[in-house]
Design a protein around this ligand. Sequence first.
Ligand code: ZN
Length: 378
Amino acid sequence: MKFLSAIVAVGLSTMAIAGCGDEGQVTESFAADPVQTMFATAAKFADIAVGIDPWEVVVCQVPQGTTDSLYEPIDVRLDLASTDIVAALTPVVDYFSRWSHGQYQPKFTAVSGVSIGVDEKSEVCVDRALDKASAATRGVLVIADAQHTEVAVGGWGRPGTPCTKNCSAKQTGRAVYIGASDFMPYWQGNPPLDLVEHELGHALDWPHSSTSMDNFGSGLYDSDVDVMSNSSAPRETFPETRNAPGPLAINMYLAKWLQDTHVASLESGTRSFELVATETDLTVDGVRLLIVTVNDSLVLTVELIKASGDNQHLLHDRVVVHQVEVVGEIGYERRQTVLSDDLLSGEQWSNDQVQIKILEITSDQSVTTASVEATVLR
Ligand SMILES: [Zn+2]
């Protein structure tokens, strides 16, 4: 079954690549390298995660008596201007600056609000914000002034249509939309920001991750080691925390926040690798991401996550292993599954294709390192 689904996945990704050129033929060698396929997919958005990224912040007024069932049927509304929200987003800018090592900076600008009618849906908020966006704006961040119901999602984010040049939000539809809940007075001006960070991750073309392969599309995002899964994991352990967990190394690599020199790969046999923690400053040499190729559309990723900063909630440093299945036409559709989220010194993980042994995890004053032995079993 697994093999069949891999074949289908290859078909999908080759279609996606063909779409970039004019009926371009996909060569065997190209299709056989899942990392190249991922980079070809990421290239559809060019440098979406590099440099200054101008966002407009827009408050959407939702009328009392709204018929959109997304909203809690109460009269309370958020009483904040978009300037207040921009001020509250400073830690979000810091978060992306830290994880991109200064290479990516969302720049939030407060602009005038929009409103919807009683019979209009939340999506109209976003349509109106996009309609009036300036040409230089690459994304709109829309905050509704009404809270969502408890069972509804908190928000959503999208990278918009693929674009490589002069990518105004007006043209691509790139947007993040969230309900009022995280900014209500209840938070006393200290709002949780993990949801905004998660949705901005989608706007960078990042997919969800989950601990179960069967969960994709079902909305169960339950991994505590990835901003694109359980983004509130840090404050579940430390209630004062406001940021999401850090991103996975594969997303950092495709965002161009890690370079080829920070990545090692294994296609056959057994080799040992020294990994440094993903958060390590780029002036420190060392591999942040090990990619083990399983087949044309499947790789395993191995990385060391240090339990500090945004990942302090993890309580101890650990090696994590994900399966990354290259499917779909954009990165957002990639399937990233946790295979092991807590490997310690002396432990090992294997399936019938790959074995990962953690020889040792060590820390000195500046760098945390893991010695890992990886074997391709087939
Ligand atoms: Zn999401």
